[in-house]
Design a protein around this ligand. Structure first.
Ligand SMILES: [Zn+2]
Length: 393
């Protein structure tokens, strides 16, 4: 019976580097890495994300780089945030009419959820030279080539304060509850310094790619913030015109949060952004037909479900299974008990759940093979750390 039941990983799309007005990677000229597409960004680049989220029923987590929206000179006071330092005078590429259209669109969007990524994504020395990619892990002594370390708490707070100040100045709505460090994590997060700051600013979910060598845990809770590794890298970061039918079907033992970039959904011609939309829907349908995957609703769904996946134990009983959630209950922040999603193969028989209210969430039955497939069930917790499921003969 044990093989017929699993706690699936939630597939959540996270798109980094959204928010730029221009795409070209200008690092060779001492300017930001941006999105890597050599054209201006327009409303259609946001519309395609919203359309995909709507089509699959997911709030797509879009990690915002906000610096080019700064019209009030907030960045002038933020150390190492831009090439011009105190002479920062806004982005050359900011276009007020396009910005107004984009802002109106975003503030009525239901399937784009912004997360915190950075100001201008990268770092500059005090005298305006490009220091490195990434904003929060900088080389020791700000000397190129030295090992990268998390910047001081004071440095972090100046960048965080500026981000929220610009967010408010622009008039963006929607609470920021997630974070991804630009260019990943360069130091073991065990000291908890970054999660303490994230929590202070109201962020509860953090995802980044991280090597096993740096941190053995793909999923953990620290200072009330849930971290989950970006398990899948969708494709190289700067790829656009990507045909989603070319992307493989993932192995659930290695998948989870899907780390992509905004530009991966784009066509070079933005008017043609929507041509691969059906392909992207097929891509998600294909992934979620695999036993071991479930489509995430939003960033919260994904982080809770991944914790359940990694910290639960499934044991076999005489006519069913027992799911022991005590390890996850011990670390879930604020004593919350979010719903648990389980996948059960139809050949196991009709499941009956004790210690929780179980309802059919979605059916994944192979239309060509009657009665073959699996169902995803939602279990509303009732306070017990043990969930027992047995099968009617
Ligand atoms: Zn990035």
């Amino acid at each position: 019976m044990k093989n017929f039941v699993c706690i699936p990983k939630a597939l959540q799309l996270v798109l980094d580097d959204i928010g730029w007005f221009y795409g070209a990677d200008q690092r060779s000229a001492g300017l930001p890495s941006r999105t890597g597409i050599n054209r201006l960004h327009v409303l259609e680049d946001y519309q395609v994300v919203e359309a995909l989220g709507k089509a699959i029923g997911q709030k797509i987590n879009c990690m915002l780089v906000i610096g080019e929206w700064d019209r009030e000179g907030v960045l002038r006071k933020v150390p190492n945030s831009n090439k011009w330092g105190e002479d920062w005078n806004g982005s050359l590429y900011y276009r007020p009419l396009e910005a107004e259209k984009i802002l109106d669109f975003l503030n009525s969007s239901e399937h784009i959820e912004f997360g915190f990524h950075g100001l201008l994504h990268d770092a500059w020395t005090d005298d305006g030279k490009f220091l490195c990619d990434g904003e929060f892990y900088l080389p020791e002594g700000f000397e190129k080539g030295k090992a990268k370390r998390l910047v001081s708490d004071d440095h972090l707070r100046k960048h965080f304060d500026a981000f929220y100040q610009i967010y408010e100045n622009v008039g963006f709505k929607g609470k920021i509850r997630s974070f991804a460090s630009p260019c990943g994590i360069k130091e073991d997060p065990a000291d908890g310094r970054l999660t303490a700051i994230l929590h202070e600013y109201g962020i509860r979910f953090w995802h980044n790619n991280i090597s096993e060598k740096m941190c053995a845990f793909p999923s953990f809770v620290q200072n009330g913030v849930i971290f989950n590794k970006k398990a899948i890298s969708l494709c190289p970061w700067e790829v656009y015109d990507l045909d989603p039918d070319m992307i493989p079907t993932y192995d659930p033992s290695k998948s989870g949060i899907i780390g992509g970039h905004w530009v991966n959904l784009m066509r070079y011609n933005p008017k043609r952004n929507f041509e691969y939309l059906d392909g992207w829907v097929r891509f998600f349908q294909r992934q979620t037909r695999v036993f071991g995957h479930i489509l995430s609703k939003d960033v919260e769904f994904a982080h809770f479900q991944q914790l359940y996946h990694f910290y639960s134990k499934i044991e076999e009983t005489e006519n069913g299974v027992l799911i022991d959630l005590s390890a996850v209950d011990a670390i879930l922040p604020d004593g919350i008990r979010p719903p648990l999603y389980v996948s059960i193969q139809t050949k196991a028989g009709k499941p009956i759940c004790k210690n929780g209210v179980m309802t059919v969430y979605e059916e994944k039955i192979d239309p060509m093979k009657f009665k073959e497939g699996f169902c995803n069930y939602k279990i509303e917790r009732n306070g017990s750390s043990i969930v027992e499921i047995h099968f009617e003969a």
